[in-house]
Ligand binder design. Structure first.
Ligand SMILES: NC(=O)c1ccc[n+]([C@@H]2O[C@H](COP(=O)([O-])OP(=O)(O)OC[C@H]3O[C@@H](n4cnc5c(N)ncnc54)[C@H](O)[C@@H]3O)[C@@H](O)[C@H]2O)c1
Length: 290
């Protein structure tokens, strides 16, 4: 079956085969979000590509359309609840209710704790934490109207487990995303809506450049010193060989969602750090238990 759909952002599109539903993905103009958009399109979903970088969102949307699926590209700022609710309405009007929501945007700001400014903290938390909450709260009514399998994917980071220096704002924000997902899963479970938290490790993407570009001009330029990278790399098990492509990072994503896995890890050699932190927490727990 092929149907043509008209839409304001993407023009006329030709769609092949029945749709499995609609996937809405933030940060889909680049990197991991773009890889998710193409993977879900390949699996038969129509795709809403949401990004603050509109030309990049449109480019991803065009790639989805080339795969034979319907798509729309919408400029959003996840930190702005009004922008997200307008996008949720537009996506449902154009493509239908959303079955899969990927709240994927995150920005990076390196810096020693003494050097991170109040504006740095405000920006990182407003995008990474409130942006994730805004995304979910804006799209939840649409997800509730969708039929069939429904799922929310939150992009956290290996930084929730593999902590390093010069990343205080980012690491704090990704722990918050992890915590939000834990409660969200419990609250949506009775409605049959799954929640998975994704913990990517290092990927070759535009993350630092796109973060600097997305930072509001009134905050001034983002300052990252070479010594921040040196300090980080000296302290962690991340090496250049452990940095992968976004496509590789999501190679198991669709299968993990089919299995409603609560946690999705992508790659990386930090199992020992997870074990050691969990052991320390269990020891602290057991000390109080006597
Ligand atoms: N690259 C890595 O090594 C890595 C590792 C762990 C986790 N992550 C996480 O993966 C996610 C995707 O990052 P990526 O590596 O694909 O980066 P990326 O830069 O390739 O993609 C991020 C996209 O988000 C968009 N964006 C930034 N601020 C926005 C805003 N306020 N509103 C809407 N869109 C906005 C950017 O324009 C960009 O297109 C992020 O949450 C990031 O924290 C990345």
């Amino acid at each position: 079956m092929a149907i043509a759909v008209d839409g304001p952002a993407s023009g006329r599109r030709v769609v092949s085969g029945a749709s499995r539903g609609v996937a809405a993905i933030t940060g889909a103009g680049s990197g991991l979000g773009e890889a998710m958009a193409l993977a879900f399109a390949g699996a038969g979903y129509d795709i809403a590509v949401l990004d603050v970088d509109e030309p990049r969102a449109q480019a991803t949307s065009a790639r989805v359309i080339a795969l034979g699926r319907a798509s729309t590209a919408i400029r959003v700022d996840v930190a702005d609840p009004a922008s997200m609710s307008a996008a949720a309405s537009a996506v449902e009007a154009e493509l239908g209710p959303v079955s899969i929501l990927c709240a994927n945007v995150g920005v990076q700001q390196f810096g020693a704790i003494d050097r991170l400014t109040a504006d740095d903290w405000q920006w990182v938390l407003s995008v990474n934490v409130f942006g994730t909450v805004n995304t979910v709260m804006s799209f939840l009514p649409s997800i509730r109207r969708a039929r069939g399998r429904r799922h929310v994917v939150l992009t956290a980071s290996a930084a929730a487990f593999q902590v390093g220096p010069r990343l205080a704002a980012y690491t704090t924000s990704k722990h918050a995303v992890f915590g939000f997902g834990e409660t969200l899963r419990l609250e949506l479970q009775p409605e049959g809506i799954g929640v998975s938290t994704l913990f990517p490790a290092g990927m070759a993407t535009r993350h630092l450049d796109s973060s600097a570009a997305a930072r509001p001009a009134e905050l001034g330029p983002s300052v990252t010193l070479d010594e921040d990278f040196v300090a980080l790399m000296a302290s962690t098990t991340v090496t250049e060989s452990s940095v992968v492509t976004p496509d590789f990072a999501i190679r198991n994503l669709l299968a993990d969602l089919d299995n409603a896995e609560p946690y999705i890890f992508t790659h990386g050699d930090y199992r020992a750090e997870v074990v050691s932190r969990n052991d320390a927490i269990l020891q602290a727990f057991d000390r109080q238990a006597g």
